[in-house]
Design a protein around this ligand. Structure first.
Ligand SMILES: O=C(O)c1cc(=O)[nH]c(=O)n1[C@@H]1O[C@H](COP(=O)(O)O)[C@@H](O)[C@H]1O
Length: 294
């Protein structure tokens, strides 16, 4: 299986860096004329898949909105994931999983193991139990051509105190966000040297860095993370949370070429009839903004 980082780079080259979130909020289900039920989120997800196919390369279903409906919701999510992958879209499951290593390993298998019911191309993870607790997920991702994105500097206002708290590592003071980022990039670097292939330009394990943040304030060293193999970034925070596409390069700097730009509500609010055109125009707008800031 082609490594996730290579597949991501391939999608960027053909369809650009936009990623559409599948976040069926109650108010969106209402606006789309869909029921607030498992059948509603299933239909919502499948319509996003249809509208996205051929216009963008990446989808990010938010698991929470499906879990809300229990087993029927998970079944709906399975169908949406299968449809998205069958349409050739790269799927980042936004499940934000994390636990001690043995349980983290099971989460990894649930979302990334080839043939699993919820198989996705990548999954979002939290490192509160320590980045090392996620090693089994990283290793599975490496073996199976999958990816993961670990929360580092999240887009929400509440993230600041915890993620900028300082830790002492080998006598050096680093932020919690910077510590997570450093450990993920170290993993990518050692994984790249652990096999015979030429090192890929983009690693397989990435970071979630909010577009609403000044990454320097969070102790993130963008240039270090961009050194080969560049750490992939999942960047939410556009549209409803305030960031604009013109800010991609100023915020992400050297990481811009390996950044997935995620939008959900700002494009989903176009409604089912305007969705395809909305996705298309945001993809063009992002491409133009990136070209203009080169
Ligand atoms: O991991 C994420 O995608 C994520 C991380 C983060 O720091 N902030 C953040 O908003 N998200 C997710 O991105 C989506 C928000 O998209 P918008 O509707 O575009 O604001 C939700 O699914 C969030 O859970």
């Amino acid at each position: 299986m082609t490594p996730f980082g290579e597949r991501l780079a391939g999608v960027f080259a053909t369809l650009g860096q936009l990623c559409v979130g599948i976040d069926p909020h109650d108010y969106l289900l209402d606006a789309w004329g869909l029921p607030r039920s498992a059948a509603g989120v299933r239909e919502f997800g499948l319509r996003v898949v249809d509208a996205a196919a051929g216009r963008v390369g990446i989808l990010k279903p938010q698991a929470a909105f499906f879990e809300l409906y229990g087993a029927a919701g998970f079944s709906a999510l399975e169908e949406v994931l299968t449809a998205a992958r069958a349409a050739g879209l790269l799927v980042i499951a936004d499940a934000k999983r994390g636990d001690i290593g043995t349980s983290a390993a099971a989460y990894g298998r649930a979302w990334l193991e080839p043939g699993s019911a919820l198989e996705s191309d990548a999954v979002t993870l939290t490192a509160y139990a320590g980045v090392g607790s996620l090693t089994p997920v990283f290793e599975l991702a490496e073996r199976a051509g999958k990816g993961a994105f670990v929360l580092s500097a999240t887009s929400n206002p509440e993230s600041f105190v915890l993620q900028t708290a300082r830790a002492s590592v080998g006598g050096e003071s680093v932020s919690v966000a910077g510590l997570v980022a450093g450990e993920v990039s170290t993993f990518n670097r050692s994984a790249a040297h652990g096999h015979d292939r030429a090192p890929a330009a983009v690693g397989n394990i990435g970071l979630v860095l909010g577009a609403t943040k000044n990454l320097t304030d969070y102790g993130i060293d963008r240039d270090a993370l961009a050194a080969s193999p560049s750490t992939p970034v999942l960047a939410p925070g556009f549209g409803f949370q305030g960031a604009t596409f013109a800010e991609v390069r100023p915020v992400f700097g050297a990481l811009t070429p390996s950044t997935v730009v995620a939008v959900a509500r700002s494009v989903l609010s176009a409604g089912p009839s305007g969705l395809a055109a909305g996705i298309q125009s945001q993809a063009i707008e992002l491409g133009d903004a990136l070209a203009a800031s080169r």
